[in-house]
Design a protein around this ligand. Structure first.
Ligand SMILES: [Fe+2]
Length: 262
């Protein structure tokens, strides 16, 4: 079982995102790479569009539809739920009308849960009572099945000012649910445009890198918010022969090599 995780596509209708980041070209490169790597499925953890427009989201869908395996999408703070549903619907967003675009499915022995953490009023996301209750029911129903949750906003404070303040609203509701269910092997997120790993409530949180806009990480918080244009990158989670899930970062760069060890 191989699960690819891409995030923060920030597609614009035409041209480069914010004038410098070739995000549509990056997404096309990643799609080509994934068709070669052949994961069993691809999870896309939000910020599909850059300004939530239908034309942007449709352009992203057009490129993602070149994938030769199933893919699933969850909304970020740069997306609009209605627009996302209109552009993807059905297979890529297999959600019913429950007030949020959350859903669960079975794939390759895993339970995959797309948890909608978006809210128009909260750029750093929100888990409300109804989403927490929905998640609890999903986890309780399949308590023995290894589970991956993918959601846009990381529930853990990552040491990044832009996304820690304010933190994910309702993180304590999510914490209460997540801490009760040890079958959760990963909580896969995006939003911060940096690859980060943390143990939170006893569960492993992994954030995917952006497809080409890396946040300038400034632990001293005195440089101001900015990003670098970087080669596209994504995470690949491999189910190994011993039944463990191992996570790699794949970067499509122009590095020299490969060289033989001999
Ligand atoms: Fe983003």
């Amino acid at each position: 079982m191989r699960i690819a995780h891409i995030s923060d596509l920030h597609i614009v209708a035409d041209g480069a995102t914010l004038g410098v980041a070739p995000m549509a070209q990056n997404l096309a490169r990643v799609v080509t790479d994934l068709n070669s790597v052949k994961p069993d499925l691809v999870l896309v953890s939000g910020d599909i569009a850059n300004t939530a427009q239908l034309a942007e989201t449709r352009r992203a869908a057009y490129i993602l539809n070149q994938l030769q395996m199933p893919y699933y999408v969850t909304p970020g703070n740069h997306d609009d739920r209605g627009v996302l549903w209109e552009a993807f619907g059905g297979q890529a967003v297999p959600a019913r009308e429950i007030g949020h675009l959350s859903y669960a499915l079975n794939a390759g022995g895993y339970r995959i849960i797309g948890l909608d953490s978006s809210d128009p009023e909260h750029r750093n996301g929100m888990i409300c009572d109804s989403r927490a209750a929905w998640l609890e029911a999903q986890l309780a129903e399949f308590g023995e099945t290894p589970t991956l949750i993918f959601m846009h906003h990381p529930p853990v404070k990552c040491g990044v000012e832009e996304t820690d303040n304010p933190p994910l609203k309702g993180a304590e509701l999510l914490a209460r649910v997540v801490s009760r269910h040890s079958q959760i092997e990963r909580i896969l997120c995006g939003h911060i445009h940096l690859p980060v790993q943390a143990l939170w409530q006893g569960r492993q949180v992994c954030t995917a890198p952006s497809l080409g806009m890396r946040l300038r990480f400034d632990p001293n918080e005195n440089k101001g918010s900015a990003f670098f244009v970087t080669p596209p990158a994504y995470l690949l989670h491999l189910h190994n022969a011993d039944g463990e899930l191992v996570s790699h970062q794949i970067t499509l760069d122009e590095a020299a090599g490969p060289f033989g060890f001999g």
